[in-house]
Design a binder for this molecule. Structure first.
Ligand SMILES: Cc1cc2nc3c(=O)[nH]c(=O)nc-3n(C[C@H](O)[C@H](O)[C@H](O)COP(=O)(O)O)c2cc1C
Length: 219
């Protein structure tokens, strides 16, 4: 990376990591457009930086040079996964090493959840927004996706719009939120598909007749 190059830091907050998670796949749809404009992209896995002092320090140095910080994470129990929360707390403690008052980086979050409604991510988005404000970053916005972050054509097009807005240093267009929050299918159809999937998996595991089991129910 050279000094004149724009620089994005991507924090992946899924235990599935940088290779296999929906969070990473979605983030890549944004960084591809930045890389083709010669941005430097550095990726870190929140679960990993908590385990290694060396990785932690590399992330802090990288963030201190960043123009943009992108947090991509799944929704866990209506919030952020615990290692993501811990990473954000520790970053707040390291704030002085990361943020310069004259030129703070922009921050955006990209959250995806299992339910079909993207609005499920609202509380977690607020958590990231508060973190960004406390760090003194410039808030660029929160992008929420439902249905496990399924990458449809229109979601890809919306993420490419995000990439363009970051490159041009302009606000993320409202069309992005309109596109990403529109459910990819009717909720009843999603539930039907989900039930079908559970039945198929239960059958494959020989527990087809136990789907309604309540092992912890008091008798
Ligand atoms: C422990 C756990 C808790 C979850 N909690 C929620 C939840 O509260 N709401 C929801 O819509 N999806 C929930 N999910 C589903 C994940 O958000 C969803 O599978 C997501 O696509 C995973 O993204 P990733 O591949 O980036 O990890 C949960 C998944 C797990 C494993």
């Amino acid at each position: 990376m050279n000094e004149s190059q724009s620089h994005v830091v991507v924090l992946i907050g899924s235990p599935k990591g940088v290779e296999k998670s929906s969070s990473a796949k979605l983030a890549r749809a944004i960084t591809n457009g930045l890389e083709s404009a010669k941005w430097a992209c550095e990726w870190f896995h929140t679960h990993r930086v908590l385990q290694s002092q060396e990785d932690w320090e590399a992330m802090v140095v990288s963030m201190s040079r960043a123009d943009v910080i992108l947090l991509a994470a799944p929704l866990y129990v209506d919030g952020l996964p615990a290692p993501v929360i811990e990473t954000l707390h520790r970053l707040l403690d390291a704030r002085n090493m990361i943020v310069s008052e004259e030129d703070p980086p922009r921050m955006l979050s990209l959250l995806n959840c299992g339910f079909v409604e993207a609005e499920q991510n609202h509380t977690a988005q607020m958590m990231v927004r508060i973190f960004s404000d406390d760090m003194g970053f410039q808030w660029s916005g929160g992008i929420s996706l439902g249905a496990g972050g399924t990458m449809t054509k229109r979601i890809r097009a919306a993420l490419e719009m995000v990439s363009e807005a970051l490159r041009d240093d302009v606000l993320i267009p409202d069309a992005v939120a309109i596109t990403t929050t529109a459910p990819i299918m009717r909720p009843w159809l999603y539930v039907l598909g989900g039930n079908f999937m559970w039945r198929r998996r239960a059958k494959a595991n020989g527990v087809r007749d136990q789907l309604k089991a309540q092992p912890y129910k008091r008798v």
